[in-house]
Structures are given as C-alpha cells and as structure tokens.
Design a protein around this ligand. Structure first.
Ligand SMILES: Nc1ncnc2c1ncn2[C@@H]1O[C@H](COP(=O)(O)OP(=O)(O)OP(=O)(O)O)[C@@H](O)[C@H]1O
Length: 810
C-alpha cells in the first residue's frame, strides 16, 4: 500500500540524480539529518522519503464499517486526514530545508513497517542514493561508528546493493554503505576509519582542501585532522562526478555520474596534489555550472515553495471550510433554536400584546371612572371629615353625658338614700299606706264647709238626704248628709263607710271621708253635673253626642262590673241618671254607692217603696220590679237600672214608658223613630244593639236579663273602639285629645302626673316632687310662695283616674 503525489512521482523518475533522505515522523529527531544533508549535498537534487504507518483508525474503519457509501466516505475522510498529516509533516521538513536555502521534493508511502518499507521502495524504484539516521540523538557519541537504529541496521542489511546509503546522527556522518556490484548488499564503512587504504579509495574534495568552506562535511573535517588525505563521499554537485571521472568533461547527466559511481567498486581515492592539478582549470566552469544549476533549480524550488504554500493555504482553506461548515451547522442549529425561541417570543409577545390591550382597556375604563372616583373620593373625604367632626362632637357629648351620668348617679344615690329614709319613716304608718286613707271630718268642719248648711251650698236633694258643696281642708268636696235613722251606731256607720271608701274605680265617685257624728259622706266634687240634667238639657247645656252617650254607657257598665266583681259583691241599689256625675273631663262617675247599705234593709225597703211610690214615680222606674216586689236587692237589680239608663241615652225620652216605646219601635223595625237625633246620626247597627241590650236588661224577670260581662260588655266594648275611631277621625277631636290638659301636668316637674297629690295650697303635684320639695325644708307653696298651712298631702284620685282615662285614649 502506498501513495504519492504527482510531483513526487517525478522525483521517483529521476532516482539516479536524486538523493533521498529518509525522515521519520519525529521532526526533531530527523532535523539533524536534514542539517547534515543541507551541508553535505548542497546543490544536489534532494527528495524527502517518508514511510507512513497508517493510522489504526483507517484499518478500524475499513474493517468495522460495512461496505457502502458510508464506508467509502469514512475511509476517504480518514485517508484525507492521514494525507494532510503527512503533508504537514513533510512540509515542516521542507520548510527547515528552505530556511537552509535548500530545495527538495518529497515522496511518502504508506507501509506497515518503516524499515521494510524503505527497503521495498529502494528496490521498487531503484533508488541510488539514500541518507538516513544511524541512531537516535540520545545514543550519539563522539566516537560513534556503528549503527544503533534497528531500522538503519535493517535497511543497511537488506537494501539493494546498488543503493549508496549514508547514515548520520546528530548532524554527523556515522558510516556509509557503499555500492557493491558483486554482492546484494553494499559494505558498510565507518567514516572515521582512518587508514591509508582509505586514502586510496576516498575521493579528495578539492573544495575542502582549498578553503574548508561550508561544503566540507563534518566527517571530512574529522578526517583531515588525522591524515593529509580527506575522505569525501562526493561533492554536492554533478560536476563533482565529472571530476571524479577524470576526463575533464562534465557529466552528461546525473544518472551518468551515478552510473559511474555504481560501477565503481570502491570509493575513489585521490591524492591531494594530483587532485589540485586536475581541478585547477575546472573551477571556473564548475562555478558556472553551479550557477546555472542554481538558477535552474531555483525555479522548481520557488515553484515548490509556492506549491507548499498553496498546499498550506489549501489545508488552511480546508480547515477553514471545515470550521465554516461546523460553524454553519452550528449556525443552522443556533438559527433553528433562535427561530424556535423567536416563535416562543412571538407567542409571548402576542400574549403580552393581548395583555397590553387588556390593560389599556382597563386603563381606559379606570380613566373614565377616575373623575367619578375622584368625586366619590372627595365626597368620602368630606364625609370622613364630617364624621370626624361628629365623632369629636359625639365624644364631647359622651363626656358631657358621662359627667351628667355621674351627676345623676350621685343624685340617684342620694335619692335612694332619701327613699330608704322615707321608707323607714313610713314603716310606722304602713297600714295607712296599704289602704287609701279615709279622712274623718268633724261636724264643725262640715258646718264651716257648708256655711251652716247654707242653701247656696246645696247642690242636690235626694231620697237619702241633701248634698252640699264646700271646702274642706282646702279641697272642694261634696257632702252628702244622710238622714239620721237612729238605729245604726256610729261604729257600724264607720265600718260601712270604711268599706265604701276602699272601693276605688275611675268611674266611681271617690269617697274621701266621713263625719260619723253627722252621718255625712264626703265625696270628691264633680263639677259637670249629672246625667239627668244633661239629658234634660238643663242650664242650657248642649245635647250629648251619641259617641258620648255610648262612652257613658261603657263607663257605667265598667263601674258596675267592678262593683259586682267584689267579694262579696257590692251592689249599688240606686242607679239612675242623677247618680251619674261628670268630672271636669266629662268622665262619667257613678255616685251614691252603697247608700242602701247604710240604711237598715227593712226600713230601707219599706221606706224606699213608699218614697218611690209617693214622692217620685219617675225615679221608681229605674228600680228593679223584682226588688220592689221582694225587697231583695241583687246584681240583676243594678242591671235593670242600667237597662233603663241605656234606653234613655238612646232615646232621650223620660224613663216612664221608655221600655214600651223602644220595644214597639224595635218590633216594628222603626227604631230610628225613637232615637234621640239631638245626639247626632246614630249608627243604626250600634243603636239597635244598644236597644236590644237595654230591653234585655229591662226584662221583668232577672233570669232573662243579660250578663254584664259576657252579654253587655263584649258588645259595648267594641263600640268604644268605634267611638274612638270616629272621634279620632275628627281633626278637632284629634287635636283636643292630643292636647295635654294643663291640670294633668305637675307644676314642679312639668310632666303628666303618675301619682297626683293635693297639697295644702290647693294645688295638685306629683307625689315624689311635692315630697321632695317639703323634705328639702320648704314650708311654702311652690306655686304661690305663701306659707303652707300644713305639710299633709292628699291623693287626688279623681285626677289620677282622669289621667288614666286620658291615657287610655291613645
Ligand atoms: N259628689 C258630688 N259632686 C257634685 N255634685 C253632686 C255630688 N253628689 C251629688 N251631687 C249632686 O247632688 C244631686 C243629688 O245627689 P244625690 O246623691 O242625693 O242623688 P239622688 O238621686 O237625688 O239621691 P237619692 O237617691 O237620695 O234620691 C246629684 O244629682 C248631683 O247633682
């Protein structure tokens, strides 16, 4: 296996004139050989010979890869790589030679074995002149005369005998194997072998003899030191061969000179003197020839240099191309990556654009909302400031309230203490607190109050005595003088009066006190007369509206239910319109309660019957026929009286015959004909109900009379709502009802009283207020500032009831 370039082949065609220099792959080792060659064979045609051992990689590729394009391509690539390496190596040698001013060619072969390869190439191409290393430089010594390199020894032994071989080491010629025509292998002659014999066989170098110039070999120099004759292998020009031949003509060709050498069986030895004579005239020609040869060699040398440079450039270009290709591949790869990255970034950009657009929309929205938000913000700030102000005010108020609270607490504590003190004081009079106090008046007081029973003070005359008005203990009261019947003791009178005084109801005239010695009953004074007078329109009073009449019916019913609900039941026994009185607010109150109990029954019954029949038939109409017949008073007796009053309220007609009239009207369905239209437009339904109730109450037999609670109250209670509603629907009435009557207001507290009490100045106060006034040491009236007669206080039940009544309207 081997290869060679085109130019190298030319060199192999001219083996007779070419000295081949075997160089290895170690440039440093082979450099000394080149130095020696450059010195020794200047001007001669030189050619580097290199045996290249193929890289294991090619073999591996050849063996392992299957046949095909890939293998061919791989093998070719490896070979090209190998060739490049070899060329590079040989170019390094050529450059060394070029620096020494020597031009040379190069041939190289691929062989598995170097020494065998050299021998084979010598034989194959008929190489005649060869220089190779004798040993590695490290084995060099001054007296070295033997080959130490195995390769050198192999070549020396096996190379064809026609080939002259010089073995050098460290820039010195170690030995030479001369050409031996008779044998296959030339004999090796140590260069340093200094014998006379050598003088005869060595060629004298005239140049060395003349001036020991640069063309003299080192071995020559060594030889001259030992002997007059010098050993010179040859001069480095073909002209030397001509001289060697001795005929004075130049060699026709290098091959010719070589053939002369090959024909010689030994190295030509010339005497120094004769050599000088023979060559004297040849110097000029030789120099011309050398100059010509130099010029001739210069062109190919330059060509070679250019070629080397071109090769170098080509190699560089290949490297660059490879680098470019790699770079291109990398670039393509990077471009792909960049494109992918670009696509990703484009997507990202798209996404960001969308986000941007979205953000811009939101921004636009926000900008649109900004004025509104700013306005809201401003309002919020303003509201915040206002709130802050309010908070500050609230805090200030809270502080004030806290101060007031603390003050009130202090006052409350004081009040509690005062209350406890008062309770302690009142403990002693607990009984008087449990029950309403019934005052006992003296007859003298009664006399003074009635101005000795002056007729001007008389406000009424009944079967059971006269009624006077008078001022008793600074209070206007009504005094009923019962007849002195003699059979009843004071104690009994007082007990009965005590019972009656404890019966308190808003629609009952309150018994304030008694005068047992004169058998007098002292009542609260009601200033608006009685029902009889109102129905008769006495004293030019206006007729009662139907609403007021229904209200009166309700109030009387309420009082009767209350009386009958006591245990034992308290019976009125004398209910009639003269016993129904009106207070300042036109609240009706039943008077004359229990009078019959203060009169012995037998006498009472006989007397009453007699009086009824003899004195006032109109009055007897109100009396239960059953009672008149049996003398036994029952609750149904009061119901009967109540029935007559109902019918009178409804019709305004006298009691006598009212039952008959109404009954006829109801039965004939003409109730309206008997209704009192001075009371206004009666609601017919309610009027009929009242008529039925009244007639029911006036049944002859008590058993058929309606029950006050279940039959009467349930019906007329509903009418109260109607009256209230109708009354409230009137604007005048509304305003009147909402207006707080001035006498309901405590002069001290300026609030509607819960527990009104009368002081000795005649004014009514809230109990706690007037007590607080008196307990604080005041002895004067809060209203007149005059000194009070005393500090006693009387409960104003009438006012209390009026206030309750008034409150019920709302
Ligand atoms: N407390 C009072 N306040 C104001 N006036 C009263 C008071 N008590 C009675 N009178 C007036 O005196 C009148 C007579 O009262 P009295 O109690 O005697 O009634 P009467 O029906 O006449 O009694 P009798 O059943 O004894 O005949 C009453 O109609 C009323 O005008």
């Amino acid at each position: 296996m081997g290869s060679e370039g085109e130019i190298e082949s030319e060199w192999l065609c001219d083996v007779d004139d070419t000295i081949f220099v075997a160089v290895g792959k170690n440039v440093k080792e082979s450099k000394s050989i080149l130095l020696w060659v450059a010195k020794s064979f200047s001007g001669r045609k030189l050619c580097l010979l290199h045996i290249h051992q193929p890289d294991h990689l090619i073999t591996l590729v050849s063996e392992k890869l299957s046949a095909g394009k890939l293998k061919q391509w791989a093998v070719k690539a490896c070979q090209e790589l190998e060739q490049q390496k070899v060329h590079k190596l040989l170019n390094q040698y050529l450059l060394i030679l070029a620096r020494l001013g020597v031009q040379a060619g190069k041939v190289w072969f691929e062989m598995d074995n170097v020494e065998k390869g050299v021998v084979q190439i010598i034989g194959r191409h008929g190489i005649r002149w060869l220089v190779m290393g004798a040993a590695a430089e490290k084995h060099y010594s001054k007296n070295m005369s033997e080959l130490k390199s195995n390769k050198a020894m192999f070549v020396c032994q096996h190379a064809p005998a026609s080939c002259q071989i010089w073995f050098s080491c460290n820039g010195c010629l170690i030995c030479t194997r001369s050409v031996n025509v008779g044998s296959d292998v030339g004999s090796v002659m140590p260069v340093s072998f200094p014998t006379d014999n050598r003088e005869t066989t060595s060629i004298q170098n005239h140049a060395a003899d003349a001036d020991e110039d640069a063309y003299t070999f080192q071995c020559l120099e060594r030889s001259t030191s030992l002997t007059d004759s010098v050993v010179c292998t040859f001069k480095s020009t073909p002209m030397l061969m001509d001289d060697i031949r001795g005929d004075g003509s130049p060699l026709a060709s290098p091959r010719k000179s070589c053939s002369i050498l090959s024909q010689s069986s030994s190295i030509i030895l010339m005497d120094k003197k004769s050599q000088g004579e023979a060559t004297c005239g040849m110097d000029d020609r030789l120099e011309h020839a050398m100059l010509d040869a130099e010029q001739l060699k210069q062109k190919p040398f330059e060509e070679s240099v250019r070629r080397w440079k071109a090769e170098e450039d080509a190699m560089e270009a290949v490297r660059k191309a490879e680098a470019s290709e790699n770079s291109c591949m990398n670039e393509i790869k990077q471009r792909k990556e960049l494109e992918e990255m670009l696509a990703t970034q484009r997507q990202e950009l798209e996404r960001m654009k969308n986000q941007h657009n979205q953000c811009m929309k939101e921004l636009h929205l926000v900008r649109e909302q900004k004025p509104e938000l700013q306005r809201q913000f401003t309002e919020s700030r303003r509201a915040e400031e206002e709130l802050e102000e309010k908070i500050i005010q609230a805090v200030e108020l809270l502080i004030t309230f806290k101060e007031k609270r603390d003050k009130l607490r202090t006052e409350h504590d004081s009040a509690i203490k005062e209350l406890n003190r008062m309770r302690t004081l009142m403990k002693n009079d607990a009984m008087s607190l449990c029950w309403p106090q019934v005052f006992a008046f003296t007859f003298l007081e009664i006399m003074e109050a009635t101005q000795n029973f002056d007729p001007s003070c008389k406000i009424g005359e009944g079967r059971h005595g006269s009624v006077y008005k008078g001022i008793l203990r600074n209070r206007k009261l009504a005094i009923k003088m019962l007849p002195s019947l003699g059979s009843q003791g004071n104690l009994e009178f007082e007990n009965e009066a005590g019972v009656l005084s404890r019966v308190r109801h808003p629609n009952l005239v309150t018994l304030i006190g008694t005068c047992p010695e004169s058998r007098s009953l002292i009542y609260e004074y009601l200033e608006n007369g009685n029902l009889e007078d109102r129905l008769a329109l006495r004293e030019r009073t206006p007729p009662l509206p139907w609403q007021t009449r229904i209200k009166i019916a309700i109030e009387i019913c309420s009082a009767l239910i209350f009386l009958h609900s006591n245990n034992p039941a308290i019976l009125h026994g004398n209910l009639k319109p003269t016993q129904v009185l009106f207070d300042a607010n036109f609240v009706s109150k039943v008077s004359g309660l229990g009078i019959h109990s203060l009169i012995p029954h037998a006498e009472n019954t006989i007397k009453a019957t007699t009086l009824v029949l003899e004195v006032d038939p109109e009055v007897s109409v109100y009396m239960d026929p059953e009672f008149l017949e049996t003398g036994e008073l029952t609750a149904e007796s009061d119901v009967y009286s109540y029935g007559i009053i109902l019918l009178r309220l409804l019709t305004g007609r006298p009691a006598t015959g009212v039952v008959r009239d109404v009954k006829c009207a109801v039965e004939s369905g003409n109730l309206s004909t008997v209704l009192d239209f001075s009371a206004g437009d009666w609601p017919l339904e309610q009027a009929q109900q009242l008529a039925f109730l009244g007639l029911g109450c006036c049944e002859e037999r008590p058993l058929y009379r309606p029950d006050l609670v279940s039959d009467i109250w349930t019906v007329i209670e509903l009418m109260r709502d109607l009256c209230t509603m109708l009354s409230h629907s009137s604007p005048v009435s509304k305003a009147h009802r909402r207006r707080i009557p001035s006498h309901f207001v405590c002069p001290i507290l300026q609030e509607v009283m819960d527990d009104p009490y009368i002081a000795s100045d005649g004014f009514t106060y809230e109990a706690d207020a007037i007590r607080g006034w008196l307990n604080s040491g005041h002895k004067t009236s809060p209203m007149t500032n005059l000194e009070l007669d005393h500090c006693d206080l009387l409960p104003n039940y009438a006012l209390y009831n009026a206030i309750q009544e008034w409150r019920q309207q709302f």
